[in-house]
Design a binder for this molecule. Structure first.
Ligand code: 26Y
Length: 810
């Protein structure tokens, strides 16, 4: 983009108020005074859409007319949260909106709270996809998202008697304000039936018989760039009855069977379960997305130029869920456009790239051949042929074992990661350690075969959302100290370090944190009834609930603090805050939730504790709640078993808001430590070699630790000795898990080191100036995790994109 508009106020408050009044008048026949929050929200959303509609149209035209390469990010999850404030910010209207509404006696935050979260994702992977959409637009690349329009997003978590219950999240009920249904761009996706290959003028062509045809209708959401006139597209597909099939599905029940394809988001995160509906969803958005991309290409460049496809199109496979892209593009090129297999294969590989997000075996997708071939008979033939050629090509060059280990189809299963790697020119991990582990452990065979394909792209976050929107006072302090260039180029944030000794700045930082904590304290009181002291350490662990993330280790620390306080051993006041959703079928994770809630009840109501320790488990952690918790955090808990967390991204958001991190040397924590220096982080725990040594030698015997460390034993025993009321069976389950020989997550092995790190936390907390200084260093260095920078690296090193050049105003 040629112009970077640095004007933070693109329109005046007067004009803003006028537009609002006229919207309310036109849409709802009411004045500002009469309007409900919902109506004001709708009017604001409509104003925002007017604000970007021209940009959206111009971007589309510029991208295709100027022959720009486009990247398509295929992801089964997108987790944008709410869009009103981020659209206002990116348009340059946010401050004006706040001011104009305040003049009218209204509070933007209260109005924005009306918007339901677009929770079309589970956790890190989905949030990363949404961050990348924002960054692609904000850095001015032609990059679009391709995913599913789930009718029900991630379920709403409720606690009933301390247990997690799941309620449907009917986010569309209130009407989605941002989407545009583009019926004319619909395509058809075929499932099931039989395929006969027939000779059609010398080309073996599939004839489909008896398949189910589903109509894919795209809903487009604009992804507005930050102050640059760009608006890209997030395209989400909905399943409908094909028009020609209306008579085939006369009853509502029959129609539902088709429409249900896009009704729910699978709530499993890192735990693979090979369900038919999930396979249907994956193929549905892969096929619809690729068909529309190929159609577009042919419209712009002509079928005769399909050989140039990778010059104009990059397709990114976000984890293995869209790995069928590899086979589907082959199908479209070979069957649909009669391209020679070898040529189609080169094009496919050049087009595709793949990101891996986990090393955990239980998250690896493998589809049973029987189910796959029945649902997708032609695609299965193509997968088999890719596999056959892959194996034949290596025959005699590498050992048979390597071929066997790496091939796609084996033992009656299709290995989706293998398909993605074999069919892509780039494979990346999401943090340095993670990529290293892919190369040396998990995917080492592939790394030997294709060393050049492997690369690292450490994750990033949308600093705009996590600082400018969620922590406006911190944003203003940055403006005051280093000027507002950091809002356009995050590198500028490094200058904040110059204020390390500046007492006024340190004091401001403390005041801002305190004010954010007071606000969160109110939220906590409203949501849970628990009263917390804003002067206490706000100790935060927010992320999915999973054994490897070790909310359990935090729990043991809480029990230890409780026991100390009961015994008269003093500690600084602390509020431990959890936010975590468990997959509904993940029994252990749900047991952990129940125990934490029971411990919270115990601790919060024990008069002996005198409010020195509070435990708060906030329900339904999502993007909106994160925006309230993260700016108020003092301490960030990043305590996964080393090697297990691919990257983590809450670690980055929390540091950007000045929280200090207590961390194992896992995922991106290592890079945080590199950025801030070891004096500005509380690092502890087993390193990767120690973890792998335990695994290799089967030498982890937690019972020995338990028997030999009385402090540890006492904390663990609290789970079963009746200390914690109302969770005997869950307490026992955790106890047994901790003590199981060779327990995979090594919880007790890190306990002592963790206590030591927490002792140091307490010591530094006693010195508020030092704490503020460390906090300042963390804020300054969070620029390293700006998703805009991550996207620049994807664009230049993987997708080979150039920036869209156009006059933003024409
Ligand atoms: C196949 C299915 C069970 C499945 C569904 C969701 C598998 C995985 C997932 C989601 C994985 C996920 O969110 N992974 C996280 O990705 C983040 C972004 O890269 C990382 O920061 C984080 O460490 C990783 O756990």
């Amino acid at each position: 983009v040629s112009v970077s508009n640095k004007n933070l106020r693109e329109i005046s408050p007067e004009e803003f108020k006028e537009r609002l009044a006229s919207k309310l008048d036109r849409h709802f026949e009411e004045s500002v005074e009469e309007a409900s929050k919902e109506d004001i929200f709708a009017a604001l959303a409509s104003m925002v859409r007017d604000g970007y509609s021209g940009k959206w149209r111009r971007t589309r035209i510029a991208e295709s007319a100027n022959g720009h390469k486009q990247a398509y990010y295929f992801s089964i999850e997108f987790l944008p949260g709410t869009l009103l404030k981020s659209n206002l910010l990116n348009l340059g209207w946010l401050d004006t909106a706040k001011e104009a509404l305040a003049d009218l006696g209204l509070d933007l935050d209260e109005i924005a709270a009306v918007e339901p979260d677009m929770a079309l994702g589970n956790g890190g992977l989905g949030r990363l996809a949404a961050a990348f959409m924002d960054s692609l637009a904000s850095t001015g690349y032609a990059g679009n998202g391709n995913g599913l329009r789930y009718k029900y997003g991630l379920f709403k978590q409720k606690f009933v008697n301390g247990y997690q219950k799941e309620l449907p999240n009917d986010w569309l009920k209130q009407g989605d304000y941002w989407e545009v249904r583009r019926e004319s761009k619909s395509v058809l996706v075929k499932f099931g039936g039989r395929v006969n290959m027939v000779d059609d003028h010398g080309w073996m062509t599939p004839q489909y018989e008896g398949c189910t045809v589903v109509r894919a209708v795209p809903y487009d959401v604009a992804m507005v760039g930050y102050h640059n006139g760009v608006a890209n597209t997030l395209r989400l597909w909905d399943a409908e009855i094909a028009p020609e099939d209306e008579l085939k599905y006369p009853s509502i029940a029959d129609r539902r069977k088709i429409e249900d394809l896009t009704s729910i988001l699978y709530p499993d995160d890192s735990n693979y379960d090979g369900r038919l509906l999930r396979l249907k969803q994956e193929y549905f958005f892969v096929s619809a997305g690729l068909q529309s991309i190929v159609n577009n290409f042919i419209k712009d460049y002509g079928e005769e130029n399909l050989a140039d496809f990778p010059k104009y199109v990059a397709v990114h496979i976000n984890d293995t869920h869209p790995a069928m892209c590899v086979a589907e593009l082959m199908r479209l090129l070979v069957d649909g456009h009669r391209m020679d297999w070898d040529e189609a294969w080169e094009i496919t590989k050049e087009t595709m790239s793949y990101t891996n997000h986990t090393i955990m075996a239980e998250a690896m997708e493998k589809w049973d051949v029987g189910m796959f071939s029945q649902l997708l008979p032609r695609l299965f033939d193509i997968v088999k042929e890719i596999d056959r050629r892959y194996a034949a090509g290596l025959e005699g060059k590498v050992s048979g074992d390597v071929i066997e280990r790496t091939r796609i189809v084996k033992n009656g299963q299709i290995h989706m990661a293998h398909l993605a790697i074999i069919g892509s020119h780039s494979v990346n991990g999401v943090a340095a350690l993670h990529t290293q582990l892919l190369e040396t452990e998990v995917l080492s065979d592939f790394y030997q075969l294709y060393p050049d394909r492997f690369n690292n792209k450490t994750n990033g976050i949308t600093l705009r959302r996590w600082i400018q929107i969620a922590n406006p006072d911190l944003a203003k302090l940055l403006d005051k100290t280093i000027g507002n260039d950091w809002r356009f180029d995050s590198k500028e944030m490094l200058k904040f370090e110059k204020f390390y000794h500046d007492t006024a700045t340190l004091t401001s930082l403390q005041q801002i944190k305190l004010a954010n904590k007071q606000k969160l304290a109110k939220v906590i009181k409203d949501k849970t009834g628990v009263v917390v002291d804003p002067e206490a350490i706000f100790d935060v662990q927010v992320k999915r609930l999973h054994a490897y993330k070790r909310q359990t280790l935090k729990l043991l620390h809480v029990l230890k603090l409780y026991q100390d306080l009961k015994a008269g051993i003093d500690h600084p006041k602390r509020v431990v805050i959890f936010g975590a959703i468990a997959a509904p079928s993940y029994v252990f994770a749900k047991q952990v939730i129940k125990v934490i809630n029971a411990v919270a009840d115990l601790v919060n109501n024990d008069p002996d504790i005198k409010g020195k320790l509070k435990v708060v488990f906030l329900e339904n952690y999502n993007v909106s709640l994160a925006e309230q918790i993260i700016p108020a955090a003092d301490l960030s808990e990043q305590i996964s078993t080393t090697t297990k967390e691919a990257s983590g991204t809450s670690n980055m958001k929390l540091m950007a808001n000045g929280a200090l991190t207590v961390a194992t040397m896992d995922g991106a924590n290592i890079e945080i430590k590199d950025a801030v220096g070891s004096d500005n982080i509380f690092a502890f725990g087993l390193d990767k070699d120690e973890v792998y040594t335990y695994y290799a030698n089967h030498s982890y015997h937690p019972r020995d630790l338990y028997e030999s460390d009385p402090v540890l034993k006492k904390a663990v025993d609290a789970l079963i000795d009746g200390t914690i009321p109302n969770c005997a069976s869950e307490g026992r389950a955790l106890y047994d898990a901790f003590l199981k020989d060779n327990e995979e997550f090594l919880v007790l092995a890190d306990f002592e080191a963790y206590l030591k790190a927490q002792k140091l936390v307490e010591k530094v907390w006693q010195n508020p100036r030092q704490w503020a200084q460390m906090s300042l260093v963390n804020i300054a260095h969070s620029e390293r995790f700006d998703a805009d920078k991550t996207i620049e690296r994807y664009a230049s090193e993987i997708w080979n994109l150039d920036k869209v050049e156009f006059d933003a105003e024409k």
